[in-house]
Design a protein around this ligand. Structure first.
Ligand code: PLP
Length: 408
């Protein structure tokens, strides 16, 4: 509606400067250099047939932001380009973005199983996903067997009712790296789906789809956004699987906000640069810690001493091993808590993957859902600390840890 109207004030305030301007903008000879934020929950139509066309999949115009929004599609376009071709080459890679990593993971799992089915999952996982698999899916008649993908032959856990195999590219918090290509092969031989949480690695370190996995899942709260300012999730998979999971996403309503999508798209521009420096700094810190007399054990796949080093080197890009490492300090729980208190620059932050180096305490935070027995069986020590190595100068990170270690 134009500014010159004979309508009353309240009507004029509502019916000017609105979405109709988009028609005018669409016809202009210039476009915004960056993609705008489409902060709208719904889209306006002049007629009914265009709405039918969307529901009948004859048009990919937008209708309602819980179903799709230009900003969620912008992120999906970047992520699907970043993830590469699935090894099957049957379909193009597609992507979906979610309101959290848990939303992406749970929606994907629910799309793959029904009551009576069985899942084989890694015994070392982000604690929230472990909690969901150990304590929540059984409520819906789905059973789970946890296996050690590095030590056990997971195929022994496969049953006639198994539908899904689930693991992490770099496990939280032990930084173990399973052989994704080998697991994919065995899973597919048995007609099983194989989902991989690629949060710690990101497509700048590993691309599970190119190694044969059916879906790469992400907490975009972590490296993909990389600045500790949004909560989000994502997945990439072949477009057939994406279409299947999309239906569940729309039903369960796990969509991110357009603003969070915009921030995520902006962060993805620098993902490659950030992962290069996170990886370089983490290797320096891991080497420093490994040589320190007060350190019992360092968990980092970039270290030659890591049991995962060979597998990681073979499937990771450009000699990168990511920015996450864990450490067992001599003296266990008591000394670990002291170390947290003594560090100045490095804060205790129960998340990861921001620009700043941070430390977390898995048993007290992310892995609280594990019982003492499950922690022991998985090899997660009570006093284990997990560092998210940031983008500062590596000398300053090491100096802060070194000074704190001297004081414990
Ligand atoms: N996957 C991994 C490896 C994680 O570390 C986390 C959270 O820490 C999640 C998934 C869950 O992500 P979100 O907190 O965004 O729901």
């Amino acid at each position: 509606m134009s500014g010159k109207t004979n309508k009353k004030l309240s009507t004029n305030l509502i019916h000017n400067g609105d979405g109709q301007l988009c028609h005018k903008l669409a016809g202009m000879s210039s476009v915004p250099e960056t993609f705008p934020i489409y902060l709208t929950s719904v889209f306006a139509f002049d007629d009914v047939p265009p709405v039918d066309a969307i529901y009948e999949h004859k048009s990919d115009a937008y209708i309602y932001s819980r179903m799709a929004n230009p900003n969620s599609d912008a992120v999906a376009e970047i992520l699907s380009a970043a993830e590469g071709e699935p090894s099957s080459k049957k379909n193009d890679v597609g992507a979906l973005v979610f309101s959290s990593g848990m939303a992406a993971i749970i929606t994907s799992i629910l799309s793959a199983v029904k009551s009576g089915d069985h899942i084989v999952a890694s015994s070392v996982l982000y604690g929230g996903v472990y909690d969901y698999l150990a304590n929540e899916v059984p409520r819906f008649g789905v059973s789970v067997t946890f296996v050690d993908f590095l030590k056990d032959d997971f195929t022994h856990a496969v049953k006639p009712e198994t539908k899904l195999v689930y693991t992490e590219t770099i496990s939280n918090p032990l930084m173990e790296v399973p052989d994704i290509a080998a697991i994919s092969k065995e899973a597919h031989k048995r007609g099983l789906l194989f989902f991989v949480d690629n949060t710690f690695a990101t497509p700048a370190v590993a691309r599970p789809l190119t190694l044969g996995a059916d879906a790469s899942l992400y907490s975009t709260t972590k490296y993909l956004s990389g600045h500790s300012d949004i909560t989000g999730g994502a997945l990439t998979a072949n477009s057939e699987l994406v279409a299947k999971i999309k239906r569940f996403q729309t039903l369960y309503g796990a969509m991110p906000s357009p603003l969070d999508c915009w921030l995520l798209a902006r962060s993805l521009r620098t993902l490659d640069l950030r992962m290069k420096k996170h990886s370089k700094n983490a290797l320096r810190v891991a080497e420093f810690l490994e040589a320190h007399p007060k350190v019992e054990k360092v968990f980092y796949p970039g270290l030659k001493s890591s049991p995962s080093h060979k597998t990681a080197a073979a499937q990771f890009a450009d000699g990168r091993f990511g920015g996450m490492l864990s450490v067992n300090i001599k003296g266990g729980v008591k000394e670990a808590s002291k170390l947290i208190k003594e560090m100045n620059m490095i804060s205790f932050v129960p998340s990861l993957a921001g620009t700043a180096t941070t430390v977390s305490y898995p048993v007290k935070t992310s892995h609280r859902a594990y019982s003492a027995e499950a922690l022991k069986a998985a090899g997660i020590a009570q006093g284990q600390l997990r560092f998210s190595v940031g983008l500062e100068d590596a000398d300053d990170i090491i100096a802060d840890i070194s000074r704190a270690l001297d004081k414990i």
